[in-house]
Design a protein around this ligand. Structure first.
Ligand code: FES
Length: 105
């Protein structure tokens, strides 16, 4: 028997404009949801470099630019795409169901 991951609903798909990032606060944790031409990706909101918010950053293709020092991450993989960031950001498996964006937790 395999354990099924639980799904956490973050927002409606319509909350995230195409080509944009959207910050979602869930309890004491914040997530950044991205809409890439109708495909959705989710990372932690907090930049690994400092206090920047990725959900309030600018999205360029699949690269999110932090709103604090301009560091960059690939939203598909979480890998660093530009300095001064050094550590990747956590990504989540995303499910889109019934007009909502969910992650596996
Ligand atoms: S806090 Fe994000 S690049 Fe420095």
């Amino acid at each position: 028997m395999t354990d099924q991951p639980s799904l956490l609903r973050l927002c409606a798909i319509d909350d995230v404009l195409e080509g944009c990032a959207f910050k979602v606060q869930e309890g004491d944790h914040a997530y950044a949801v991205y809409n890439l031409a109708g495909s959705y990706f989710v990372t932690d909101d907090m930049c690994t470099h400092g206090p920047g918010s990725l959900g309030e950053g600018e999205l360029y293709g699949d690269i999110i630019e932090c709103n604090f020092h301009g560091g960059q991450f690939n939203v598909r993989t979480g890998e660093v795409a530009g300095p001064p960031c050094m550590e990747p950001v956590r990504t989540y498996k995303v499910h889109v169901e019934g007009g909502g964006v969910f992650i596996e937790v």
